[in-house]
Design a protein around this ligand. Structure first.
Ligand code: PMP
Length: 353
């Protein structure tokens, strides 16, 4: 830390992204990326000619992409916001709808970035513990006293609130934004996007990083009431109006045009998830009922840290979290069926089952 860093950021802890090691080839099951390539349409869209056009700025309004998304979700362009990954959108939303001195409530075990954004912007936060079974206690989110942020499905548990439960939270917080982070919604969950028409306090955030194989393209989107979208635009235009580069705009638009390809891949991932889950259970592992592209796994008698370390020694990367209530577990991204067969073999050997 230099002596120039502002006092406000000195004690703040930044988000730690999952490791991306370059030393050897791992089976990478640690950052919830898709194991599948983007569709042929996406690959074709990022052509040589388009690379040549990189001398020009991209469309700051992202009209084509927003129209494609609006069409896909039965909404209008004015209901769609896009930016550089959903992290960017979450950051803007924390800034816009809680802000310095504001307050936000989110689950204690959830996406680690929520707390980082709260600290970054000087927002008071209430991190609500999960219930014993890792489910979210919705009564804790019905107080109408702060912005609410919930990942649905939640990460790293994979558990899901029903649309009715989300509606209860929306109804009980009419004066605060309820942000539903649907990063993992395409793996068998039910989206709340259609509730936007009825609730002006709902902000649904999704990403192209998981179900659309574009983690490296950095593209996220939000669906909400047009006034809320304008607020997000205001923040974006006050930081970086060109937050999405030309190539990613093209890739994203092509991804929506080839939606069938991606949704088929999601189905495959769900099938592989369920297969892996059943195999793990047969071998005595505890596994949550995940609606996401990852499994949350533990084995009695061996620490989560040891499993993580031994998997790594065997060339398999998973994500381990050190928080006490979940440190026995590892989060395992669902890869291809082949990758998961290897994972099963190795984890059974490590845990001697
Ligand atoms: N929300 C959740 C719950 C996530 O797990 C992630 C991925 N780390 C994100 C948002 C951010 O995704 P991206 O910025 O790649 O769109």
């Amino acid at each position: 830390m230099s002596r120039f860093l502002h006092e406000r950021y000195r004690s703040m802890e930044a988000y730690t992204p999952g490791e991306q090691p370059q030393d050897m080839e791992y089976i990478k099951l640690n950052t919830n990326e898709s194991p599948y390539q983007p569709s042929p349409e996406v690959i074709a869209a990022v052509s040589h000619e388009e690379v040549e056009k990189l001398r020009l700025y991209p469309d700051p309004e992202c009209k084509e992409l927003r129209d494609a998304l609006a069409n896909r979700f039965g909404a209008k362009r004015e209901n769609i916001f896009v930016s550089n990954g959903s992290d960017d959108i979450l950051n803007f939303a924390f800034m816009a709808f809680a802000g310095l001195g504001g307050s936000v409530t989110f689950p204690e075990i959830s996406y680690g970035f929520y707390q980082v954004f709260a600290e970054l912007h000087g927002i008071n936060f209430r991190a609500v513990p999960l219930k014993q079974d890792f489910s979210i206690d919705i009564a804790e989110y019905t107080k109408n006293d702060s912005m609410v942020v919930i990942a649905n499905p939640n990460a790293p548990t994979g558990l899901m609130l029903s649309k009715d439960e989300v509606e209860t939270i929306l109804k009980s917080n009419p004066d605060h934004v309820v942000l539903i982070d649907e990063a993992y919604i395409d793996f068998g969950g039910t989206s709340c996007a259609s509730l936007v028409e009825r609730y002006d306090n709902l902000l649904v955030v999704q990403t192209f990083s998981k179900s659309r194989s574009l983690a490296g393209g950095r593209l996220g989107f939000a669906i909400a009431n047009s006034e809320m979208i304008k607020d997000l635009e205001k923040i974006k235009y006050s930081t970086n109006p060109y937050s999405i580069n030309r190539l990613t705009l093209l890739a994203g638009t092509a991804a929506i045009a080839s939606d069938g390809y991606f949704m088929d891949k999601c189905k495959e991932i769900v099938e592989t998830r369920e297969y892996t889950k059943e195999e793990l259970k047969k071998s005595g592992f505890t596994v949550t009922d995940s609606f996401a592209n990852f499994l949350f796994v533990k084995k009695d008698g061996i620490s989560g840290e040891e499993v993580y370390r031994k998997l790594r020694e065997n060339g398999i990367l998973v994500r381990h979290f050190t928080k006490e209530s979940i440190c026995d577990y590892n989060r395992v991204t669902v890869g291809t069926r082949e990758q998961m067969e290897t994972f099963l073999q190795v984890i059974r050997k490590i845990c001697e089952v």
